[in-house]
Design a protein around this ligand. Structure first.
Ligand code: FES
Length: 271
């Protein structure tokens, strides 16, 4: 394990993971990799990133940026990571993948067992897949609301249904109403809303939840957006204009987040 300096902010740990299993999940593969160092990964959280640097020998010209989908530290079998990769990548057992990570600020699960609502959209919901297991371990009940334009784009529903009290599926245009119904339900009684989705969806979710006085934490990096992202603070492709005391400022989610308070994403606050 070494440290790769990216030439800008910040120096990040680099390691090589070896793919041990690949499980098909709709349009995605759930990929497990063993990594040599437990310490770096043990404190990792949902909402943090892993970057696969450019590798000219594999023909890649852009870094791959992925949500870290899980970490399992086992004193006997070592440490393994989970990534959820596009099935079209053709990831195969035995493949060695050089990784930078874990990067960025992840979600903090509640310190007490409270009801939580998780909201996501298609592959952008990936951090919620790990978060739902973490909040359940803390005694929280989780209600999940997901949108997707195509049912195939919902991420690993079997896993989510195993850990959540309920999983509500909606078309993208129906997500706001579906969220309102969940937040209205007396048996939900949410204490916090976690969201992982493209930024326009996050703004919608944050506006509705904050209007009810609910705290919102959102993973504000769109890995499936129109432009490439680097995940390491170098490209500016993730920059968002957000409110601050002087009016507005530029937030670079891959450095300051990706998980940020919902207040930064509310449209009204930007004007
Ligand atoms: S993704 Fe490149 S600066 Fe944030």
């Amino acid at each position: 394990m070494g440290t790769m300096t990216t030439g800008g902010p910040p120096a990040v740990p680099a390691t090589t993971g070896v793919v041990t299993t690949v499980r098909a999940a709709g349009a995605y593969d759930v990929v497990t990799l063993t990594v040599p160092d437990a310490g770096t990964w043990a404190a990792a959280r949902p909402g943090q990133l892993v970057v696969v640097p450019v590798d000219p020998t594999r023909g890649s010209v852009l870094p791959e940026v992925h949500w870290l989908a899980g970490v399992h530290a086992d004193p006997v079998h070592g440490t393994s990571l989970e990534l959820v990769l596009d099935a079209g990548r053709d990831t195969a057992p035995g493949e060695a993948i050089r990784l930078l990570g874990p990067l960025g600020r992840g979600f903090s699960p509640p310190s007490t067992p409270v009801p939580v609502v998780l909201v996501g959209h298609e592959a952008g919901a990936l951090p919620l897949r790990w978060l739902v297991t973490m909040v359940r371990q803390r005694g929280c009940t989780a209600h999940v609301v997901l949108s997707a334009a195509d049912p195939e784009r919902h991420l690993d529903l079997v896993h989510l249904r195993r850990h959540a009290r309920a999983v509500v599926l909606a078309l993208p245009e129906d997500l706001p109403a579906a969220l309102e119904r969940v937040l209205d339900a007396p048996d939900v009684d949410a204490a916090v809303v976690y969201a992982a989705a493209p930024v326009p969806v996050l703004r919608e979710v944050a506006g509705r939840a904050l209007a009810r006085g609910l705290p919102v934490r959102a993973a504000a990096l769109d890995l499936d957006g129109p432009g490439p992202v680097c995940g390491t603070g170098l490209c500016g492709g993730c920059d968002l204009e957000v409110p601050d005391a002087a009016g507005t400022r530029v937030l670079r989610p891959c450095l300051e987040g990706p998980v940020v308070p919902g207040e930064l994403l509310v449209e009204e606050a930007r004007r």
